[in-house]
Design a protein around this ligand. Structure first.
Ligand code: GAP
Length: 448
């Protein structure tokens, strides 16, 4: 089954409604770099918040961390990234375009049909220089994963948090990869955000914890509204495993361009802590008081991309429907993810309506991310809110001036209820938490 939304439509909606813009657009854009606009930044923040809540705040066996993007260059020698974080690259001898060898079939350039060179390994880490002198000794790398910041702080965190294993350390932050073939909008970019958990466990319990985290992470996407039939789990073949992994499962999503990795959940074994122990000379083993044993913990790593998750949530929520003979585009985003929760819409810019509408906006904006819009017809304003996935619109009309009641309209069912202004926060809070939208509820006190 193909995904409903095609990529062009999503990219166009993102531009039109202020989710995502091409980076440096007035200079012609910069390949594979994107900027999040006023609506997109809220969506992205909500994705990260949902992850942080589920992984850190709602558990007592995970703590958070925020480490520097630039790290000691020896970290990357120890982690194996200097030697092994490579992709095979081929170059066209005619047009000089470069391709990932494993993405090209045969020996001809997919663009011009020219002859391709033999593959050579290309390291994907971005290099820069620290300080004013550009010399070999001052090379630093932009991290290609946030995980290493966690491994090198393992001892700091264990000592200061006074937690026992199993213990997770979570981090959200930017990563950089000099991808040979970025593309598909924000699916593969050279700068992106990671949401990574390194879950340290006793060796021997790692297989069970791997199964546990695959299920947890799958359920997280479903809980946030992704349709189950658009998700699947695929185990890596031995030839696909990253240099550090003993085993790995991808959660794949049916993106507009087909099934592709959304998140990887790897069993990194004791690879990283062993390597850092060797290279730093610092013993990173853990003393398990209960077992009376010292060992290097194994690590289960659910690693997700913020931007790739944003794309999956957008694609899954995207819908085009016919309403009363008119086409509407709507994002059925989960209320937690919706960039704007409530839009306050006076029926018109009539001078009598505006003060009450502003009063309602003021009431709501400290509790919910609220938009105020009084431009154009009410129908067009509803469409605009539908397109950015706003779950509820609150309309103020002339009757509101007399009975101090307003109409709440549901994005998905289009049902409307009339609610006294004084109960608005309570009703919206309940609806946003998932209470059914009943069009004939207690609150519909309007007398006709
Ligand atoms: N620390 C392990 C790790 O980084 P990965 O499979 O390379 O594993 C994990 O990346 C996730 O990060 C991917 O499933 C994807 O969601 C995201 N990701 C990786 N490379 C990306 C890129 N170039 N652009 C956007 N997201 C990316």
């Amino acid at each position: 089954m193909a995904a409903k939304a095609d990529m062009e439509k999503i990219v166009s909606l993102c531009k039109r409604r202020g989710f995502i813009f091409p980076s440096s657009e007035i200079y012609g854009g910069l390949s594979s770099c994107w900027d999040y606009g006023p609506i997109g930044v809220e969506l992205k923040r909500n994705v990260k918040e949902a992850w942080w809540r589920a992984i850190v705040l709602e558990r007592d066996d995970v703590v958070g961390l925020d480490t520097a993007i630039m790290m000691h260059p020896r970290v990357w020698a120890a982690s194996g990234h200097i030697d092994s974080f490579t992709d095979p690259l081929v170059e066209c001898k005619s047009c000089h375009l470069r391709w990932r060898a494993d993405a090209v079939e045969g020996t001809k350039c997919p663009k011009c049909g020219g002859e391709l060179t033999e593959p050579r390994m290309f390291n994907m880490m971005f290099k820069t220089f620290m300080g004013p002198v550009e010399e070999e000794a001052s090379i630093v790398y932009l991290r290609p994963e946030t995980a290493q910041g966690i491994f090198v702080n393992f001892e700091n965190v264990v000592t200061t948090s006074r937690k026992k294993l199993p213990l997770g350390i979570a981090q959200i932050g930017k990563s950089f990869r000099n991808e040979i073939t970025p593309g598909n909008f924000i699916f593969r970019t050279r700068e992106f955000e990671h949401m990574e958990l390194e879950f340290f466990v006793k060796p021997g319990t790692d297989k069970d914890w791997l199964d546990y985290w695959v299920k947890e992470r799958f359920d997280w996407y479903v809980k946030l509204g992704i349709k189950k039939e658009n998700l699947r789990v695929r185990q890596h073949g031995k030839d696909e495993l990253a240099h550090y992994a003993k085993d790995c499962y991808d959660i794949e999503y049916l993106f507009p361009m087909g099934w592709a990795e959304l998140e990887g959940i790897a069993n990194r074994g004791d690879f990283d802590l062993t390597q850092h122990s060797k290279h730093s000379g610092k013993d990173l083993s853990y003393y398990d008081a209960e077992a009376g044993q010292k060992y290097i913990p194994y690590v289960i790593e659910p690693s997700a991309g913020v931007d790739r998750s944003v794309l999956a949530f957008l694609a899954d929520a995207y819908d085009e429907e016919e309403v009363q003979g008119e086409k509407r585009t709507v994002l059925h985003l989960h209320p937690f993810l919706a960039p704007i929760k409530v839009a306050v819409l006076p029926l018109s810019r009539n001078e009598k309506l505006v003060p009450l509408a502003k009063e309602v906006f003021k009431r709501l904006c400290s509790t919910f991310v609220t938009d105020y819009d009084d431009s154009q017809s009410i129908g067009r304003r509803y469409r605009r809110q539908d397109e950015i996935g706003t779950p509820y619109c609150v309309t103020i009309d002339f009757e509101s001036l007399e009975d101090r009641q307003v109409t709440i309209r549901d994005r998905d069912t289009l049902a409307q209820i009339r609610v006294p202004i004084e109960h608005l926060e309570k009703v919206l809070e309940a609806k946003l938490k998932g209470e059914a939208f009943d069009a004939s509820p207690l609150w519909a006190t309007r007398q006709k």
